[in-house]
Structures are given as structure tokens and as C-alpha cells.
Design a protein around this ligand. Structure first.
Ligand SMILES: [Zn+2]
Length: 168
């Protein structure tokens, strides 16, 4: 599993079932385990592990496989992480990030920026700077043209990377 997938997975687990669910997810890893094994690995009481598993299952984060024990006739339950579902989540997450980055790049491309050079003060667009007579409203220093080429390049590189990942 990719680092982002793991991050998304644990975030979703946290939202769905809190710390117990995160512990269950970590215990599962890439394996398929039964309730007792998960509880032991997650260091949880069986009942708590089961409760977390059901919450995760209801939200499609984990999958369940039932196996009938030929001798006892009873069913055993095996759980594993629903990787396909996590991949869908990661893709939709990435698409959201991509849209935000594209909007940010558009803003950087469509504006000229002015800055006083004081750390902690923000940049101003041309309209904002001219409204303030090219003086920083926060610290009073003159606002000078700010070259945002590096910001645009960094945004473009990130956008390109996410587009590639989404196309995989
Ligand atoms: Zn300033």
C-alpha cells in the first residue's frame, strides 16, 4: 500500500470508528485475520475489536469472508482491508487536491503580486496594493513587485505529478 493510501485509510478509520478502528486497521495490514487474531494484535478487548470491525465493515473499509468449519459446522469470519475501496477514496481525494491546485495556479497566473518583504506580512494583488498606495497596510513598508515564478513552477510540478498518478 502507498503511503497516501495508508494515510487515507487511517484517516477514514479514525472518522468511522475512532482509535479502536485505527488500531484494528494497523493490526490487519495486508493480512486476512479472524476476530481473535485482530483483537490480540491490536491490543483490544475482543468485544471492542468486533465493534470497530463492524463499523469499518458498514463503511466498506474492510471486507469479510465467511468460512464454514467442516467439523463443528460453525462459521469463522476472516477480515481484510478493502483495498479497492481505499483506492477509490484516494483517487477522489487526489481529484479534490488537483482542483484546488489548479485554482491556485490560475490565481497566480492572473495576478501580479506586491510584497513589503517583511516576514509574516502577506502579498497583495495589484488592485489591493494600489488601494493602499503601494504601502503595506500592516507594517507601512513600501510594496514592491513580487516575482511569483517559483510558486507557479512548484504548483505546475505538483499538478503534473497528481495528473500522472490519477492516470495510472
Ligand atoms: Zn508588511
Amino acid at each position: 500500500m502507498m503511503p497516501l493510501e495508508r494515510e487515507v485509510l487511517e484517516f477514514v478509520a479514525q472518522v468511522v470508528g475512532g482509535e479502536d478502528a485505527v488500531a484494528v486497521i494497523r493490526a490487519l495490514g495486508d493480512r486476512e485475520l479472524n476476530d481473535e487474531e485482530i483483537a490480540k494484535k491490536a491490543n483490544l478487548k475482543l468485544e471492542l475489536a468486533r465493534r470497530a470491525l463492524h463499523k469499518l465493515y458498514n463503511n466498506l473499509v474492510v471486507r469479510l469472508r465467511r468460512v464454514r468449519d467442516e467439523e463443528t459446522g460453525r462459521y469463522k469470519f476472516f477480515w481484510s482491508i478493502n483495498v479497492e475501496q481505499i483506492e477509490i477514496l484516494v483517487k477522489s481525494w487526489k481529484r479534490k487536491i488537483l482542483r484546488k491546485l489548479e485554482a491556485k495556479l490560475k490565481y497566480e497566473e492572473e495576478n501580479q503580486f506586491f510584497w513589503c518583504g517583511t516576514p509574516g506580512c502577506r502579498r497583495y494583488t495589484f488592485d489591493e496594493a494600489s488601494d493602499n498606495m503601494f504601502r503595506c497596510p500592516r507594517c507601512g513598508q513600501p510594496l514592491e513587485f513580487y516575482d511569483n515564478t517559483k510558486i507557479k513552477e512548484a504548483l505546475k510540478a505538483k499538478i503534473e505529478q497528481i495528473r500522472k498518478e490519477l492516470a495510472e
